[in-house]
Design a protein around this ligand. Sequence first.
Ligand code: NAD
Ligand code: GLY
Length: 378
Amino acid sequence: MSGPLTGGEGAETLRVELDTRGYDIHVGSGLLDHAGALAAPFMRGRRAVVVTDSIVADLHLPRLRHGLESAGIAVEDIVVTPGEETKSFANLRSLLDELLDRRIDRATTIFALGGGVVGDLAGFAASVALRGIDFVQAPTTLLAQVDSSVGGKTGINTRHGKNLVGSFYQPRLVLADTDTLATLPARELAAGYAEVVKYGLIDDPDFFAWCESHGPALLAGDAAARRKAVVESCRAKARTVAADEREAGSRALLNLGHTFAHAAEAAAGYDGGVLHGEAVAAGMALAFDLSVQLGLCPAEDAARVRRHLATTGLPTDFAALGLANRSPDSLIDAMRQDKKAEGGALTFVLVQGIGHAFVARDVQADAVRRVLTRAQAA
Ligand code: NAD
Ligand code: GLY
């Protein structure tokens, strides 16, 4: 559906088709101002607890608060520290304690206002508080608008790696207000853009070509390009999640670049030195290299991907992530601990070319080692 909604000038609405757990994704300008009108039909009560981080609270909480209050919804907020380190057991515990101290009930709705960190943490808390209360995703980073707010993956990191404790728990609604992207730092915007490119690389060569011609404008502030990128990304993600909610099959393709990326993030630590989207960009370039190395993909496709990522300022190897000194074997060991690995076998999303991704199990460590050695020296 496209056109004017109850709120939000000309917002576009997509749907994640999951029977009784299905939900709408609204994408457009001004949505936070109309959050109450948009969310009220899905709320059991008239109480909202907004979970956000301190940077987003200063920039965008007043608009969401006003948007909810103007529809008669009572609003409280809980503000967490920005950054990946917030996705921890300790912070999950304090968030749950805080929610219970405030005597939330099953009619309370949590609103996750922020990037993927807030969405993953607040969504996980919502999934276990009182055995599950409703939550709404209000993503404010490009990464969260195009990926993490849709599909119901929630969770935290542990010392064993990223997102190893969590749940599949769908939101009741996603409000992707593209105005919020105007305050996002350029580096965060570029990191989120890596996940946009990913959809083209998986199964949509035309969308990758669109990225090649519109990516730079999008990053420079072109509102129409941003909106198109969010809509098309959400469309692809909604379709994928509807077909395979719990990642028994095709949803795993969304992990293109992620086996390399998660190892890089674990090696770098979660202190903001390497952003998730940056690690995914390098990981996708390396997944193409590995595919070329294994004789699966034309070398010119890998070069084209690398060229586009580099044009947008994204890293395409591990040296650029500051990991030149890590031993390839320690990185490979981290890959064996990835959620997708089964029985310690190395699992990757590989490609037969741009737009032709597939899941490869039991990839030989030697080939991965060769790609890593080159990527670190680059
Ligand atoms: P983030 O949540 O850390 O946000 C990045 C930074 O931008 C933070 O400092 C935040 O305060 C700030 N910020 C957020 N919105 C802003 C705005 N509009 N203006 C100015 N500053 C703003 O990072 P992220 O990239 O959004 O998310 C990364 C996380 O998402 C990782 O933990 C990753 O594992 C997770 N993730 C989850 C899924 C999923 O399916 N659940 C998918 C992809 C990534
Ligand atoms: N970001 C991968 C997924 O949601 O499945």
